[in-house]
Design a protein around this ligand. Structure first.
Ligand SMILES: C[S@@+](CC[C@H](N)C(=O)[O-])C[C@H]1O[C@@H](n2cnc3c(N)ncnc32)[C@H](O)[C@@H]1O
Length: 308
């Protein structure tokens, strides 16, 4: 992987590292459940580092990749962040519908590793909205259903929970097919000096609610075009490392699945061979029997009558 000159400098701890290549930007997530968010893991850690949030709300958690990326970063930074993960844990027609095993998986990891930080809130987003006071959230991640109306409804309903200087993340702003419409909402709300857009990993929009509070966030939102390009390119490459790690870690799981399928298929084929042999033995026994041989003339007569 080749990063910019500053990336190398950041690794060596030289003072010339640019503001976006902090050590946290190189942290890779620990958990890689299936997700379309894999390549945003390093940016999630950077965001937690610069924003130092007390309260995070995530609308759409599914297997928990983004939630665990936020939780892992705040754990490494020694923060007392609460990450509120909201989902019905039933799925939708974009993410696909799924069973209780998904919530069991997220709950298991949350209890084992992030018991102090991750809070799972099951239900529809609109039902959970009264749990949060206005201006009480530092970081809001919107990643539910991805139609224009869905994203607009989530943003309209939840924007008031975010404090002045807090941040809203929108996933999938680069997806234009399959009824996805977050890109359209993003076009309407992205403001120069208050927003930043990544196009890799299906696109991630970063929006400041009011004046950015952290200096690094101000620098991100005010980056000139060449700097913004370098930021995008560096996080895309770091994200690629996360995605490759995810792929490597999930490979044994996939291999196990393929092995199980092959085993099941050969067991089925063996069973079919046994049944076929039993049928053949039965036919052989029948044709060798005395009654079969005695009734042979009758069968010939029947065949002759059918022909004539
Ligand atoms: C794209 S997935 C979230 C992906 C996750 N952030 C990740 O890192 O992989 C969207 C999730 O939002 C949930 N969802 C969609 N609309 C919802 C709603 N109105 N209320 C609660 N959950 C919803 C679905 O059940 C689904 O699990």
């Amino acid at each position: 992987m080749e990063l910019s000159v500053e990336a190398g400098a950041a690794r060596k701890g030289r003072a010339s590292a640019p503001f976006w290549l902090t050590p946290a930007a190189y942290w890779m997530p620990v958990h890689y459940p299936t997700s379309a968010w894999w390549t945003h893991g390093p940016f999630a850690a950077w965001m937690i580092d610069v924003l130092r949030p007390s309260v995070v709300v995530e609308l759409g958690t599914h297997f928990g990749y983004s939630c665990f990326a936020f939780a892992e970063a705040s754990k490494r930074l020694g923060l007392t962040t609460t990450i509120n993960a909201l989902d019905t844990w039933q799925g939708d027609d974009h993410a696909g519908f799924y069973g209780e095993d998904v919530l069991d998986y997220v709950d298991g990891i949350s209890r084992a590793e992030y018991a102090d930080s991750v809070r799972l809130i099951r239900g529809r987003f609109d039902e959970s909205r009264p749990l949060f006071a206005d201006a009480s959230v530092d970081l809001l991640h919107i990643d539910g259903r991805h139609g224009y109306d869905d994203a607009l409804a989530d943003f309209s309903e939840w924007r008031s929970t975010v404090r002045e200087g807090g941040v809203v993340l929108f996933h999938d702003i680069a997806e234009k097919g399959n009824g996805f419409g977050v890109w359209r909402l993003w076009d309407e709300i992205a403001t120069p000096g208050r927003s930043f857009a990544f196009s890799h990993g299906h696109g991630l929009g970063v929006l400041s609610m009011g004046e950015p509070s952290a200096p690094a966030l101000r620098a991100l939102f005010e980056a000139d075009a060449p700097t913004a390009e370098r930021i995008r390119s560096d996080f895309a490459r770091l994200g690629e490392v996360a995605a490759r790690q995810a792929w490597l870690l999930t490979l044994p799981r996939e291999l196990d699945q393929v092995r199980a399928e092959v085993r099941a298929r050969s067991a089925h084929e063996e069973q079919q061979a046994v049944e076929l042999k039993a049928q053949r033995d039965h036919i052989d026994a029948m044709t060798a029997s005395t009654s079969w041989r005695v009734t042979a003339p009758l069968r010939s007569l029947g065949a002759w009558r059918r022909r004539s």
